[in-house]
Design a binder for this molecule. Structure first.
Ligand SMILES: [Zn+2]
Length: 267
């Protein structure tokens, strides 16, 4: 890779679009392989965008406005008669106004428009970069989380404290079977099962029934015919399980079991 830009202001100039030719090409080819300079360039872009945003809007003062209006009125009064009337020597104030009018139009308006355009472009570009960065971060976090879950499941399967409980179909209930792996110390539960789809407006809900205390919800599900349901659930640690059960509940589940037990297994 070619060398870092020697002048710090090159980043700002590049971000402004003010670098040309070899200088522009040099910085462009360099940043593709240099993380430090990529960061510097991103910082420069942010700086330029902020500068543009921070520039206060320019509104003409009352005196300037008045003079402009006077100038416009004077021009309007003069023009219909201009062809026939002999040319009149412009007064000093009018000349000043005329000069100001031209200056206003020729310099301030285009400069303002360029600044506004540059602001919008840089702001848009910055927002796109921010969005890309946020998406990358979210993807990385998600992968990290998945990896963590895989590790935890592996730990749970290996652990001697993990129990596996088979859940059996109850008389007169939809056909199904499932098993639960549970580790009280880790507060982790894994469900694996296949069961007939729930009737309309109903969901299945898995419960951990503790040796002591009320049942704890461990997942609400609506099975698809012929597909295995499988999930991992974190629960408060250290709860001794007496039983695992799947009940039929109103869609979305309930805080405590209300419906019939469909599958039950003793720990
Ligand atoms: Zn560099």
């Amino acid at each position: 890779m070619n060398a870092h830009p020697t002048r710090e202001e090159d980043f700002d100039l590049y971000a402004l679009g003010a670098l040309e030719g070899d200088e522009k090409l040099a910085i462009e080819s360099h940043v593709t392989s240099c993380a430090t300079c990529t960061e510097k360039l991103a910082a420069a872009r942010g700086r330029i965008a902020l500068l543009a945003l921070a520039a206060p809007p320019v509104a003409p003062s009352a005196a300037v406005k008045q003079r402009l209006m006077q100038q416009v009125r004077a021009d309007a009064e003069r023009s219909p008669a201009a062809a026939s009337a002999p040319p009149r020597a412009p007064q000093e104030t009018e000349r000043a106004g005329g000069f100001f009018g031209r200056w206003w139009a020729a310099v301030l308006v285009p400069a303002g428009a360029v600044l506004a355009l540059a602001t919008i472009l840089l702001w848009t570009e910055n927002r796109q970069l921010d969005r890309q960065l946020a998406a990358l971060r979210a993807a990385a976090e998600q992968q990290q989380q998945q990896l963590q879950e895989v590790r935890e499941v592996a730990d749970m399967i290996e652990s001697h404290d993990t129990v596996t409980v088979s859940l059996a179909q109850q008389p007169g209930m939809p056909a199904g079977a499932a098993h639960v792996m549970y580790n009280a110390k880790m507060g982790m539960l894994m469900f694996d099962g296949e069961i007939a789809p729930a009737p309309a407006a109903k969901s299945y809900q898995l419960w951990l029934v503790p040796a002591d205390g009320k049942p704890i919800s461990a997942g609400v599900f609506n099975p698809v015919s012929g597909r295995t349901d499988h999930w991992m659930m974190k629960l408060p640690q250290g709860i001794a399980a007496k039983e695992f059960a799947v009940s039929l509940e109103p869609t979305g589940g309930m805080p405590q079991p209300t419906g019939p037990m469909v599958l039950v297994g003793h720990a």
